[in-house]
Design a protein around this ligand. Structure first.
Ligand SMILES: *Cc1c(COP(=O)(O)O)cnc(C)c1O
Length: 412
């Protein structure tokens, strides 16, 4: 029996339309743990696409810690944090996360979330409620992550806020708007490391603006936590800045290799989020075994092994910067393990991803709306588990494929 009603027809037509525009996304099923080699459909592929920068997602000590956490705490938390879900493991984890930022945020306290998406929604909408309706301005970088954008949209609608989008490489225009802003509460919202370009936010200059114009500065360091700074504490450590206006957000499913996220700020801001952050209040606490596992991950990040893993990443970044030369494709200036190659059109990016797949690599094509139209790209990411040899082989393959793609696209 086939049924057809309006909503179903629209869904089917829209999906067909996405397919026509080469914008339909597909799920691929991995059959092995996250690492630099992945088994997909029975084939082994070399992966340069995960956010497991330090190579911890399948680290033996973390796998053991998860099993041990399960034995100690069971599998479920059973309730939200404010009911009965806040375990000793969560509490210890929050204290440890706060200690990572204590040099950078006075009286720092951390709050653990099940995902970064949720942390961003809770933080932005929660802090927005420090304002009266209509008395809030939000400044959000144009290339911010979708979860920040959604948080800003929701907070903006809720509080009838003025939302200003700014180019993080052009702070003059941001300054001009801030100068004229008479709202009582201002929030500047920024990615620490831009997830699709790999460049860093000018956090020092933004903090100066926040201080000069009495704003809070929300930094989402999803791709910097664990990677940046001598001890992996993130972008605040790297930039060596300190202020109680900084609201720092880190995720724990990327370099930390596990799952979850946290916000770290001056204690009163965190207490406010506990009271008013709806995504925090109305969501079941993450399994305590995850928090227990994360404690081990943080120990690795700030210890000698973390230092070695960051050094390996830096070696890979240097090799890429020195040895990868494209004739037409565009590299982005990035000093992080995110090294995108911009091809522009969806068709050539899909073709390049397909040729890479045939050559045994998994590097998916990133297309709009994740990136701006006309800037489709291969988002190449490094892991500390990649060797210099792995990277040099990828570089050779990319050079070969660039030629093949330009020949094919010319003949189309
Ligand atoms: C991945 C990411 C998030 C979301 O974090 P999850 O824990 O995956 O939900 C938020 N912000 C940025 C910049 C990200 O890259």
């Amino acid at each position: 029996m086939t049924s057809s009603f309006k909503a179903l027809k629209i869904a089917q037509e829209q999906i067909a339309d996405l397919d026509l525009q080469l914008l339909k996304r597909t799920l691929r099923i991995t059959q092995s743990p996250c690492d630099t080699k992945l088994t997909i459909g029975g084939r082994q592929l070399k992966a340069f696409c995960s956010n497991d920068y330090l190579g911890l997602a399948n680290h033996a000590e973390l796998v053991d810690a998860l099993a041990q956490g399960g034995q100690q705490y069971g599998v479920g938390s059973g309730a939200s944090h404010l009911i009965s879900g806040h375990s000793a493991a969560h509490e210890l984890l929050e204290q440890k996360l706060a200690s990572f930022q204590k040099k950078h945020i006075q009286n720092a306290r951390a709050l653990f979330f099940s995902t970064g998406y949720l942390a961003n929604l809770a933080t932005i909408t929660g802090l927005a409620r420090l304002a009266q309706r209509g008395d809030l301005s939000i400044y959000s970088a144009k290339l911010n992550h979708a979860s920040l954008i959604d948080g800003v949209r929701l907070a903006g609608a809720q509080m009838n806020a003025t939302v200003n989008l700014f180019d993080h490489t052009q702070l003059n225009s941001l300054t001009d708007v801030l100068k004229k802003d008479t709202k009582s509460l201002k929030l500047i919202v920024i990615d620490g490391v831009f997830s699709m370009d790999g460049d860093l936010a000018p956090v020092k200059a933004l903090l100066q603006l926040a201080e000069q114009y009495d704003s809070l500065l929300i930094v989402d360091d999803a791709h910097g936590f664990g990677v940046l700074g001598k001890r992996g504490y993130g972008i605040l450590e790297q930039a060596s800045i300190q202020s109680d206006r900084i609201i720092y957000i880190g995720t724990l499913g990327k370099a930390a290799g596990v799952s979850g996220a946290f916000v770290c700020a001056q204690n009163s801001f965190i207490e406010w989020l506990v009271q008013k952050g709806r995504p925090y209040i109305y969501s079941t606490a993450t399994p305590p075994a995850i928090a227990h596992t994360l404690l081990k991950s943080l120990e690795i990040i700030e210890g000698d092994e973390g230092t070695k893993r960051r050094a390996q990443l830096n070696q890979l970044i240097k090799i890429w910067q020195d040895e990868m030369i494209f004739s037409e494709w565009k590299k982005v200036s990035s000093c992080t393990p995110i090294q995108p190659v911009i091809l522009g059109s969806n068709a050539s990016t899909l073709l390049a991803a397909k040729l890479l797949d045939e050559a045994g690599y998994w590097i998916p094509a990133i297309r709009p709306p994740t990136v701006a139209p006309g800037s489709a790209r291969l988002r190449i990411t490094f892991s500390a588990n990649h060797s210099a040899d792995d990277l040099r082989k990828l570089i050779a393959t990319l050079n070969r494929i660039e030629q093949e793609v330009s020949e094919k696209v010319m003949h189309d």
